[in-house]
Design a binder for this molecule. Structure first.
Ligand SMILES: *Cc1c(COP(=O)(O)O)cnc(C)c1O
Length: 483
């Protein structure tokens, strides 16, 4: 297939096009085979079929105006009610569906900003106080809405440090944030303590349960110890929970919830004077796809509480086996006390990024994390069948990293030398150099040689340089591939 640079002059046949699509798809990450530990939450073919059919049934409808499509209004309000019910909501709890965790967070932050403008105006730029592990969607929200995100270092257990967060509160603070659980290490922030802190200062408090919102309620019902994290905790004013993660819904589905309609009001947008008429929109998007709403509604009915409990139990059995296997490998350990199905694997002895490269050569896609370096595993039902193969490959990867490898040393030395040199160069020069180097080190371009890049990026003292390098990379990614 040669790359396309312009609209084809004549239409092509459906068969040809579908063959092309299948061809393109063949090189993608093998998520059905459990080779990916993020990005896709696969609960089996039956669930996938239900999602597909439901989404196709509402393929063309538009959720921008639910009054034109009573079906969508009904499904959306029912999905929101089901999620609110799982998260300790009562008859006052309200929310909307959004396109994903990021949009849910953007909207909760926007609502907080506009609420604060009216109810507790700040002397300077309003601030969000959050633990350092909080999802970058909060940076994005601060960036988009003209706020400042104050990231407070977490404790040695990777959980929010309540006293440090107390000290970070100023007259400009409008919102506190905690995660249930955090994405990097899967640990629970102390939500009740943070909620009390928020109440003491009359602040709003958002709990980011994007990854945990459709998992923790079932985990608790299975008898696992789950600390309080939802609307049952007084002081929690808003929450985000992703349906397209452990809700096993189709992509493009999340819920943002508020303790009351008085707060949700600040999420909405209304334009009254447009010549096109009065325009109202609940979220970021104008036109909203209806497929994800129908698919979320469908999968929640298809699984029911029983189905979610079964999947949760299956995932936790897999987590236990992975955990034991990983901890049995000398030199590897799990970071913190993960509460559910997210594990971060670190090493006190080896370069964990080298292990990630060695795993990539064996066909496993693992996300690299920093501060401290670790590998991220989001365990899903798709992983039940691959535990043994994964652990065998992980052991082999560790053995490979232990073995002397002159080529690897060469790369590592080169990168160390480059990093040392870069530290001494004027900033402008460094940025240009790195922007160039990122072309050489393009992650994923040659499987199994990303470790030097991650090592370099992680150790650069000027984070602005890393930013420039990544911007250059994004620019490349969104250009058509050369071939
Ligand atoms: C996934 C996630 C998000 C962002 O959700 P998207 O659906 O990727 O936009 C935010 N917070 C946490 C804790 C998450 O796991």
């Amino acid at each position: 297939m040669s790359p396309v640079r312009a609209l084809p002059p004549r239409g092509r046949s459906r068969e040809e096009i579908l063959a092309d699509l299948r061809h393109l798809k063949a090189r993608d990450a093998a998520w059905k085979q459990g080779r990916v530990f993020s990005l896709v939450y696969y609960a089996g073919e039956e669930v996938l079929d239900v999602l597909r059919e439901a989404a196709l049934l509402f393929f063309s409808e538009n959720a921008l105006n639910p009054l034109a499509f009573p079906s969508l209004r009904r499904m959306e309000t029912e999905v929101v009610a089901m999620v609110a019910g799982l998260l300790g909501g009562d008859e006052d709890t309200v929310g909307t569906m959004t396109s994903g965790g990021t949009e849910s967070i953007l909207l909760a932050v926007k609502a907080a900003r506009d609420w604060a403008r009216e109810h507790r105006p700040t002397p300077d730029v309003p601030e969000i106080v959050a633990p350092s592990t909080v999802h970058p969607a909060f940076d994005k929200a601060a960036h988009y809405f003209g706020l400042r995100l104050v990231r407070v270092p977490v404790g040695p257990d990777f959980r929010a440090d309540v006293e440090a967060m107390r000290k970070a509160i100023t007259p400009n603070t409008i919102l506190l944030v905690g995660s249930a659980p955090s994405y990097p290490q899967g640990v629970m922030d102390p939500i009740p303590e943070l909620a009390t802190l928020a109440q003491e200062h009359g602040l709003l408090f958002h709990v980011d349960a994007c990854v945990g919102g459709l998992f923790l309620p079932f985990l608790r019902r299975l008898g696992y110890p789950v600390p309080d994290f939802d609307f049952r905790v007084p002081g929690v004013t808003s929450m985000s929970a992703d349906l397209h993660k452990y809700g096993y819904a189709a992509k493009g589905a999340s819920v943002v919830l508020y303790r009351s309609a008085a707060l949700r009001k600040y999420q909405f947008f209304v334009s009254t004077d447009w010549s096109g008429g009065i325009y109202a929109s609940p979220g970021i998007a104008g036109t909203r796809p209806a497929g994800p709403i129908a698919a979320a509604w469908a999968v929640m009915h298809f699984l029911g509480e029983e189905g979610y409990l079964r999947l949760t139990r299956q995932v936790m059995e897999t987590v236990e086996r992975l955990r034991q296997g990983i901890e049995a490998i000398p030199g590897l350990h799990i970071l913190g006390e993960p509460v559910m199905s997210i594990l971060a694997v670190g090493s006190s002895r080896y370069d964990i990024y080298e292990i990630a490269d060695a795993m990539a050569l064996r066909g496993w896609h693992l996300d690299r994390q920093q501060r401290p370096p670790s590998l991220h595993l989001t365990v899903t039902p798709a992983h039940a069948a691959v535990v043994k193969a994964f652990l065998e490959d992980l052991e082999a990867a560790v053995r490979q990293v232990v073995r002397p490898d002159p080529a690897r040393w060469g790369r590592t030395l080169l990168v160390r030398a480059a990093a040392a040199l870069l530290r001494r160069l004027p900033q402008g020069v460094t940025r240009r150099l790195i922007a160039r180097a990122s072309g050489l080190f393009q992650p994923g371009s040659g499987v199994g040689r990303d470790a030097p890049l991650y090592g370099l990026m992680g150790s650069l003292p000027r984070r602005e340089d890393v930013r420039e390098a990544v911007l250059a990379l994004l620019d490349q990614i969104f250009r058509p591939p050369e071939e």
